[in-house]
Design a protein around this ligand. Structure first.
Ligand code: 13P
Length: 244
């Protein structure tokens, strides 16, 4: 159950959030909780969640370890402050920063090398869905971005299916749409990496997940978890999602 705060909250807000959130998820078992705040709040988040089982992740990384790359942050830097996860190629990064499938591969490899679990995002745009291209978009994203990973690398990633038209729009994919897309992705994984790794990879659904729709999404066997934007900003609503 992962939360992506996007570009919201200061370090002070972060502290106030965990004060409310942690008691609400105490004792919750059988699920992994990850929260991805903006870079400047990562350290506060790691400190506040120490010993609680709640994991902290970044929302992006650069693929090199260090260098003259102004404004970028590397995997070893993120890992060194106690983060365990990193989101890769969120659709907002694909859209606003032109991240490509080649970026997906190199960022995912860099994250793994730094000891971070990558949450790799895929998903089609509205026009692509409406013109019946969903499966071919997912095929291309998988083949060109995730496909070049070695099997032992693929075994360590998490995939997030986030249809772009469902992000921040209040339009959740129906459980049927999400199930079909997850099956398409798992099928891609099967063809490239074999049955065992395909069955084991966790695929999260993201796009307008809320406390009142999480149960029907999580009831689908193909959906292994959720990646939540807006509703993860409120500690009470994200705790309700985690405890669905
Ligand atoms: P919303 O939950 O706000 O639709 O955002 C989803 C998302 O982009 C999570 O990464």
């Amino acid at each position: 159950m992962a939360g992506n705060w996007k570009m919201y909250k200061t370090a002070k807000d972060t502290r106030a959030y965990f004060e409310k959130f942690l008691p609400l998820v105490k004792g919750c078992s059988g699920r992994e909780i990850v929260i991805c705040p903006p870079y400047p709040n990562l350290e506060a988040a790691v400190e506040d969640t120490a010993g609680t089982g709640v994991h902290i992740g970044a929302q992006n990384l650069y693929w090199g370890k260090e260098g003259a790359v102004t404004g970028e942050v590397s995997g070893p830097m993120i890992h060194s402050i106690g983060c365990t996860h990193v989101i890769i190629a969120h659709s907002e990064r694909r859209e606003y920063f032109n991240e490509s499938e080649q970026d997906v591969t190199r960022k995912t490899k860099a994250a793994l090398e730094a000891g971070l679990t990558p949450i790799v995002c895929v998903g089609e745009r509205l026009a692509e869905r409406e013109s019946g291209q969903t499966a071919s978009v997912l095929h291309e994203q998988f083949q060109d971005g995730i496909g070049p990973l070695a099997p032992d690398e693929f075994a360590k990633i998490v995939i997030a299916y986030e249809p772009v038209w469902a992000i921040g729009t209040g339009k959740t994919a129906t459980p049927q749409i999400a199930e079909d897309a997850h099956k398409t992705i798992r099928n891609e994984a099967r063809q490239r990496f074999g049955e065992q790794l395909a069955a084991a990879v966790r695929i999260l659904y993201g796009g307008s997940v809320k406390p009142d729709n999480v149960k029907s999404l999580m009831a689908i066997e193909e959906i292994d978890g959720v990646l939540v934007g807006g509703a993860s900003l409120d500690p009470v609503s994200f705790a309700a999602i985690v405890n669905y």
